[in-house]
Each structure stands twice: as C-alpha cells, then as structure tokens.
Write a protein that binds this ligand. Structure first.
Ligand SMILES: [Zn+2]
Length: 175
C-alpha cells in the first residue's frame, strides 16, 4: 500500500490511483501547522489520517481529523485550547478521464469535490469543513472547570422567558 505524508500541504497527485482498479487503497497523512477555518477562526496542529479508495466514480477519501483551536469556555469564560477529533467521508470525482484525457461531466451534487485536470486532489476545503464541524458548540475548559455559571443553568433563558411574558401582558394592557 502506498503511503503519502503531506506537511503543510494539502494536494495529492492521484493519477496512479485513478488508473488502479476499483478497491485499490492509498493512505495519506497530513500535518498542517495552521489552517484558517473562517474569518476569525483558526485551527492549529491539524493531523489527518486518511484512506483514499478507488471507487467507480472516482476516489473516496475517509478518515479522521484531529485539530487544536482556541476556545472560550461556555461555563466559566476562560480561554483555553481544545483538541477535537472528527471523522468524515468525501467523494472526489476526476474532471478528465485519466486514460483518454477527455473531459468528464461535473458532479451535480455540490457535496462532491472535483480533482483538477492534472489529477491533483486538494484536501484543503474538506479539512477546513471537517475542522469546523469538530468545533464544540458549547466548549468546556476541562474537568476542573469552576463552572460558576453552571450553578444557574440557563438562568438567562428563564429570565428572558419571564420578561417575554411580562412584555406580552404590558402589550395587552396598552391595547
Ligand atoms: Zn470552564
């Protein structure tokens, strides 16, 4: 099995794998020091352990991404660095036939990625998407979180709900 390691790079030439029989596998590991996830969101030390499998339509990329990113604890508001793991699977289709050089139809499903005309498969966008998915909705700094806000769970929500009821009453009277 061919193994490839990418360091601060996301592009793999897959011409050989596209020429291989369906079911052929290649392993790819990636390390990125930094990856911009969004305008103000950055991930560090992204590690990906991936399997590229030749499928009839192209290449199936599957595996696991581990990523570290700055977080603010949802309970105590402490800033910390969290490390998260996310698995994924994505299909890549060739844009030209590797044997004939003829153009192939573009995928109509926008979840399918395209391999460029030089048979270069770029992992950057899928790694960015998976790293965003890996981000917790409510990050917690750790088992030692003082969590003083957790003593009053959703107290703000309750207060908002009460205010809403009060506001509705006041509105009724105004009518
Ligand atoms: Zn905390």
């Amino acid at each position: 099995m061919i193994a490839t390691h990418l360091h601060n790079d996301t592009v793999v030439n897959v011409a050989q794998l596209l020429k291989a029989r369906v079911g052929a596998v290649r392993t790819v590991t990636v390390h990125l020091d930094d990856l911009a996830l969004d305008q103000d969101l950055e991930a560090r030390n992204l590690e990906a352990g991936l399997k590229f499998t030749r499928i009839a339509s192209g290449i199936l990329v599957s595996g696991e991404v581990t990523v570290t990113s700055p977080q603010v604890c949802a309970r105590c508001l402490t800033e910390f660095e969290g490390t998260y793991v996310e698995s994924f699977e994505a299909e890549y289709w060739p844009s030209i036939d590797v044997f004939t050089g003829l153009p192939l139809p573009e995928p109509t499903d926008d979840e399918i990625f395209v391999i460029d005309e030089n048979h270069q498969l770029d992992l950057r966008e899928i790694l960015r998407q998976v790293a965003i998915l890996a981000q917790p909705i409510r990050p917690v700094c750790g088992p030692d979180c003082p969590g003083f806000q957790s003593l009053l769970p959703d107290s703000e929500d309750i207060a908002d709900a009460r205010l809403a009821v009060l506001q509705a009453l006041l509105d009724d009277r105004a009518d």
